[in-house]
Ligand binder design. Structure first.
Ligand code: ZN
Ligand code: ZN
Length: 316
């Protein structure tokens, strides 16, 4: 490996146009999962009380802390800029960016949906603060907020945590979503969808809604969104945050009953400053690794969203 790629870099795959992030430090991460089994206990966990010296703290919420914002010790992107000379064909870029982690609970075994509502409201506020700080760096084009929970979610640690990453480019999925809206005469796809998703509604109140999308890519796939058209999490009001917290807790708790022990991803879809994008949160339960079909852009789902909605509504 040549000296200048030790910190990682981003290369463009000339076949698909995708950017590939080479983040070498991540190979050194602790891994709590061996197949489906959790191999760590609180004793080995770097996110426990008393181990604050292992990761640099940016902010604590509560005393003793209930939420803790830290720098990612094994960042996907890092804060050093390297300038590369590029040919037209083989293109590489500095993997400059910001990489943060929120430790969602001090309790090793607590599930995300078991966290108290008022703490999860503060979790939203901490994400908003962190995203705003990240966006204040003018080089940053997109901030991604997500949770990988469980062994096949892509996560490596069992202890509940959230990642917030600022990139100097916009992700292909968000670009694709924006293009679909542009091709739809700038009309918001999600607001149009709400008229057609009535039989797949999971929970609804006056300011927010959750539903199982018609084309659910995953078993138990759900979308949770404010009804108001806003571009990113930073524009949510208090009532909307309260609703989203309730909906996330309900969906994750019910999914636990419906699917038993399973991994999941929770992803914020948003882009500050976008007219097109309507902020939403996606929850995708995960039961298998990404296979060849998914790598080819095809998804296989054994449970229709109508069946999922029925089971969901029958579950207490
Ligand atoms: Zn822990
Ligand atoms: Zn909208």
């Amino acid at each position: 490996m040549s000296e200048d790629v030790v910190k990682g870099e981003i290369r463009k795959d000339y076949i698909t146009g995708s950017r590939v992030i080479f983040a070498f430090s991540r190979d050194k991460r602790q891994r709590d999962f061996k197949n489906e089994e959790v191999t760590s206990n609180a004793k080995d966990c770097p996110f426990e009380y008393g181990k604050e010296n292992l990761n640099k703290t940016i902010k604590l919420v509560g005393n003793p802390w209930k939420l803790r914002l830290i720098y990612n010790k094994y960042p996907i992107v890092n804060e050093e800029i390297i300038h590369y000379k590029n040919s037209n064909f083989l293109r590489r870029y500095s993997n400059y960016g910001h990489s943060y982690v929120i430790i969602d609970t001090p309790n090793h075994l607590q599930k995300f949906h078991e966290i108290e509502e008022n703490i999860l409201q503060r979790w939203f506020n901490l994400i908003i603060d962190t995203e705003n700080t990240t966006y204040s760096d003018k080089r940053i084009k997109q901030v991604c907020t997500f949770k990988d929970s469980g062994s096949i979610s892509g996560g490596s640690l069992y202890h509940q945590h959230t990642q917030i990453i600022g990139f100097t480019f916009i992700s292909p999925i968000i670009k694709k979503e924006i293009n679909i809206i542009k091709n739809n005469h700038q009309k918001c796809i999600l607001e149009e969808a709400l008229k057609k998703e009535k039989e797949r509604v999971l929970i609804e109140n006056k300011n927010a809604i959750a539903f199982a999308p018609y084309g659910s890519r995953f078993r138990g796939h759900s979308i949770i969104m404010p009804k108001r058209h806003i571009d990113y999490v930073g524009r949510l009001d208090r009532a909307e945050i309260k609703s989203l917290v309730k909906f996330i807790k309900t969906i994750l708790a019910k999914n636990d009953k419906i699917f038993d022990k399973h991994s999941y991803n929770l992803i914020f879809h948003e882009l500050k400053g976008s007219k097109e994008l309507h902020f939403y949160i996606e929850i995708t339960p995960r039961f298998s690794n990404i296979g060849s079909a998914e790598l080819s852009g095809l998804y296989i789902n054994p449970l229709t969203p109508e069946e999922y909605t029925k089971i969901f509504n029958e579950t207490d």
